[in-house]
Unconditional design. Structure first.
Lengths: 178, 505
């Protein structure tokens, strides 16, 4: 009941996986999350590419991709999740904003309103129609991955990044004896 | 259709992204920030030179037709505000170069400033009610970052109050948007303005206007919704307080002008007397609050509230002339208020405290700083030939000509109280003898003095060359009050309803 009085008994460290501070210690979760990672990333790219005229798009694709990383974080802990995809997520988000914003500019050069779409005449086989809205969506994709993953990682890492000052145990009233 | 009307929005957006990417190279980040603000300033000046003659400039985002897509509209009022926002941001950035610590610069201080500029420029330009909400959120998020950047206990406390009370206003705004869509079936401001005239149920219109008055009134810090302002504005660095004083409340005023001038013009007859009452209360309560304070920036914060009263008075007079007078005054007060924050902040920075009791003797030590401060408070109080005189004179003239004698008297009386309260800072910071040895204090660097001084000089210039300013704002006020010109510019000569019907067929 009082966390600082009765610490949990230390579990023996596992040999197979380098665990830092996984939220759940579960073999099933670890196995499934390993299998799900490539699937989720593929699905996110599929969602990204179909997004401009079907449900999906940069935002949803980005959420899927970041959920792949967050799943690793839940199963193995934030350090492992950072090692799997070693990028600076903040810079990734900024790059996404930049990349998304510049693809509205060709329209302005042509004397049209910002973000007017340009498309390739022929769809690329296997990918679909490619145009400036798709490239804009890729910018959104990167931004969403960057921001959501960064927030999730920060929330999990908070206790180690900003440790609370040691607190004195409060005097406990004796209720349990009754 | 002006395709490049997006420049004041794109430039800070790309600038902010680049400034994050090049955050490590301090010089590059500073240069990117400076360049994007300069582009906005240049474009704002160009807009101001074009908008009065040609009428509102309009662009449709990605080429969608007007009542369906998001329109950007730059009439005289928007152009003035876009230009002023960039100008004030420029001085803030120059002041930040001289004053902000490296720790903040590393933690994305400049990108946040650019995001603030992005939100403000977007809010001034948009012609879509929900888009206005989005821009408000952009600028609020940036301001939350700026006000808590540094994370000291005071800042977090002030930031929390700021955040909670602003979110309340935002929620009301969102409610208003939803109700408006349910009521009028559109969110394009021009289309709403057109439908307001034909839709039945005037009672609902009055209620909607009241919701928007609450939402924007809380952003603009009118009485009784001003509590968040003085509790939070003195906590962040001086540069941040200054830009907040110049932009944040004024975006609320602009939104009030836009909604009541365009969408709820019929309601102004109902709301006019109440608006003037609120304006009078805001003036008096703001200035009386300032009298009780003993901290440089807290006094100035209460004066922001008091000055907002004058801007709202322009709206309460419910005429094109009233809006024009309010615009002249708002432009003046944005400039002068920021100048006072810069100069008072410079004094605070060399003393290391803003407590009036601990300061003193700066008039001898820093005569230039004292001179510009004194000019600044003369301008704020409204002494000729400074810009404050022009701003207040026009407001009072319009007030008298519309037989609103009571509010005019209150406005004139508040000027005296303003001057009295400003003299308190003058006496305590500059005039009285210091208890400590003034010569041990660090000197005010050029970078700390120049931005405030430049703005005071601008105020003097605006006072001396008031003709163009007044002419410009007369046209801007007429444009802001003329619904037909706005609707024609956005949707074409037949109006939005015709475009809407044609598209449905």
């Amino acid at each position: 009941m009082h966390r600082n009085e009765s610490p949990l008994p230390n579990r023996p460290p596992s040999r197979s996986t380098p665990r830092d501070s996984a939220l759940y210690d579960s073999l099933i979760l670890r196995t499934v999350s390993r299998l799900m990672m490539p699937l989720l990333l593929l699905l996110s790219i599929y969602m990204l590419l179909r997004g401009h005229n079907l449900p999906g798009g940069g935002f949803i694709g980005g959420l899927l991709a970041s959920s792949a990383i967050i799943l690793q974080m839940v199963a193995f802990g934030p350090k492992t999740a950072r090692r799997i995809l070693p990028v600076n997520y903040l810079l990734l988000a900024a790059f996404g904003v930049f990349f998304g914003a510049i693809w509205g500019l060709p329209a302005m050069v042509a004397g049209l309103p910002y973000m007017q779409a340009f498309w390739l005449p022929e769809p690329i086989p296997g990918v679909g129609k490619i145009g400036t809205p798709v490239l804009f969506d890729i910018g959104v994709y990167f931004t969403v991955i960057g921001v959501t993953t960064k927030i999730a990682l920060l929330l999990v890492e908070e206790p180690s990044l900003f440790p609370l000052p040691a607190m004195k145990p409060a005097p406990v009233e004796q209720e349990e004896g009754a | 259709m002006v395709f490049h009307l997006f420049i004041p929005i794109i430039t800070p957006l790309i600038g902010a992204a680049l400034a994050v990417l090049f955050n490590r190279q301090r010089i590059v980040a500073r240069a990117i920030t400076l360049i994007s603000v300069l582009i906005n300033l240049g474009y704002g000046l160009w807009l101001m030179s074009v908008a009065p003659a040609s009428g509102p400039l309009v662009a449709q985002a990605s080429g969608w037709l007007a009542p369906f897509g998001i329109s950007l509209v730059a009439d005289g009022m928007s152009a003035l505000m876009v230009m002023l926002a960039a100008l004030l941001m420029l001085t803030t950035i120059l002041y930040s170069f001289a004053s902000v610590d490296e720790q903040r610069e590393q933690h994305f201080y400049y990108p946040l400033l650019l995001l603030l500029l992005l939100g403000v420029s977007g809010a001034f330009l948009t012609g879509d009610l929900f888009n206005l909400y989005v821009w408000f959120e952009v600028l609020l998020v940036a301001s939350f970052g700026l006000i808590t950047l540094g994370g000291s206990r005071d800042q977090l406390e002030g930031g929390l109050k700021y955040l909670v009370l602003n979110l309340l206003g935002s929620t009301a705004f969102l409610f208003g948007c939803g109700l408006m869509y349910g009521f009028a079936g559109t969110l394009n401001m021009a289309h709403i303005a057109e439908r307001m005239a034909t839709l039945a149920n005037p009672g609902l219109q009055t209620v909607l206007a009241g919701i928007f008055l609450f939402a924007f009134g809380s952003k603009a810090a009118i009485v009784p919704l001003f509590f968040w302002l003085p509790t939070s504005y003195h906590t962040p660095p001086v540069a941040v307080t200054a830009i907040f004083s110049g932009l944040m409340t004024k975006v609320g005023v602009y939104a009030l002008y836009r909604t009541f001038g365009l969408m709820f013009q019929n309601e102004l007859a109902t709301y006019g007397p109440w608006l003037t009452l609120l304006a009078g209360l805001t003036m008096v309560i703001g200035v009386l609050g300032a009298v009780a304070q003993m901290n440089v920036r807290r006094i100035l914060s209460f004066h922001i509230i008091s000055q907002i009263g004058y801007s709202v008075m322009g709206l309460g007079l419910a005429s094109a002339a009233g809006l024009a007078a309010g615009l002249v005054f708002t432009a003046h007060v944005m400039i002068v208020k920021m100048a006072l924050f810069f100069i008072g902040g410079a004094a605070e920075q060399i003393y290391g405290t803003g407590d009036l009791k601990k300061m003193g003797g700066l008039a001898r030590r820093e005569p230039l700083l004292a001179l510009f401060w004194f000019l600044g408070i003369l301008s704020l109080a409204g002494i000729p030939p400074l810009s404050g005189f022009i701003g207040k004179l026009i407001l009072l003239q319009v007030g008298v000509s519309q037989q609103a004698y009571l509010i005019t008297a209150v406005a004139a009386g508040t000027s005296i109280l303003t001057f009295f309260s400003m003299l308190k800072i003058w006496n305590e910071v500059f005039w009285k003898k210091s208890y400590d040895d003034v010569n041990r204090l660090p000197r005010v660097s050029f970078g700390l003095l120049a931005p405030g001084a430049a703005l005071v000089i601008l105020s003097v210039a605006l006072g001396l060359l008031a003709g163009p300013l007044v002419d410009y704002n007369t046209i801007a006020g007429q444009q802001a009050f003329d619904r037909n010109v706005y609707i024609t510019a956005v949707c074409g000569a037949d109006g939005c309803e015709a475009v809407y019907r044609a598209a449905l067929k």
